[in-house]
Design a protein around this ligand. Sequence first.
Ligand SMILES: *Cc1c(COP(=O)(O)O)cnc(C)c1O
Length: 386
Amino acid sequence: MRNSTCPDTRWAWIEIDQAALRRNTRAFKSRLGRGTQLMCVVKADAYGHGAVPCARVMRGAGADQFAVATVEEGIELREAGIEEPILILSEPPMECVATLVNYDLMPSIYNEDFALAYGECAASMDRVGRYHLAVDTGMNRIGLLPKEVLEFRRAIDFHRGLECAGTFTHFATADVLEGWDFDLQWKRFTDTITALEQAGLNPGLVHCDNTPATILHPETHFDMCRVGVGLYGMHPSEVTVPRLDLEPVMSVRARVTRTAFPPVGEGVSYGYVYRVPKQNIQIATIPIGYADGLSRNLSGKMEVLVGGMRCRQVGRICMDQCMFAVDVNGARSYRPAHPVSCGDLVTIMGEQDGDCITADDIAALRDTINYEVTCNFGMRLEKVYV
Ligand SMILES: *Cc1c(COP(=O)(O)O)cnc(C)c1O
């Protein structure tokens, strides 16, 4: 394991492996054909990894464009000097059209009122409002239905303040092999693009692939792929695992802040759902809790890595701290347990001493997906870029 530096103010932090992020980005870029751009999805603060530092690494490793979820996220990138095109993955409120033009952020568009307000605003500032048209081919989330696309384009294309920079859709089931649902969405999308071209309307960059589609369906890459979770070294599904090697980028670490050997029968943490069951159980505290994304649902279920051991977290996870138990003497004999000390390094997620806890492991315990695990850890913990 690398030397862990830790912030001065708190003994719990996220470690971001920039080299792994760079290699993952390159791995995706090298899968795309010459004519296909890589749009790196850095929404939700780069899935908790920190949007600006991650975007800086990605742009040196093959990113052509960026995508975010909100206008605020786009502004953050622009103010940090990111100059690549930035797409907002849904249509923001109409009140922000001037902000979009000022910061050169491309909205996804599917309402005529919004499109015309945006074009009007851009024209009044002597600019062109570039946008991507969203097509709903079956996700039933955002976009125009395929049958509405031609009429919509004809209704707004007259506007000199508007330019269609792209047309895209989003798959609901790209992570399933051999899916009829995927095939139907794909057909609806390609039919829509063909109809646009036959009508003499330029669709701009055509794109539809998220991480799983990029890995599993190279025939659907078109002009650009929108890759998110894979850049951060996580697989969107088990079926993509054998197709591409990815390296986890985020680790979550802490240092022990306090230790004790409470007498047998003592309760630990709120509600005393855990009581010390026998002699020689050491209870150690780490300063990370559910407000740091360590979901309270993990209470009593998760383990941490410390000093070459795997130790069970015990008692309810608090907002800012939690405890784990070291079964001194009584532990499995192949891995003798020994007491820990204040300041000892603890890994909540990531590698330590040849053992590893992944975002997928934590997601399984929480009954969620790896995406949510890293997003949640990003909420409050300080990020250290190594
Ligand atoms: C989040 C998102 C992506 C990226 O998805 P991953 O599975 O993380 O690659 C791509 N496109 C849209 C529209 C999204 O919302």
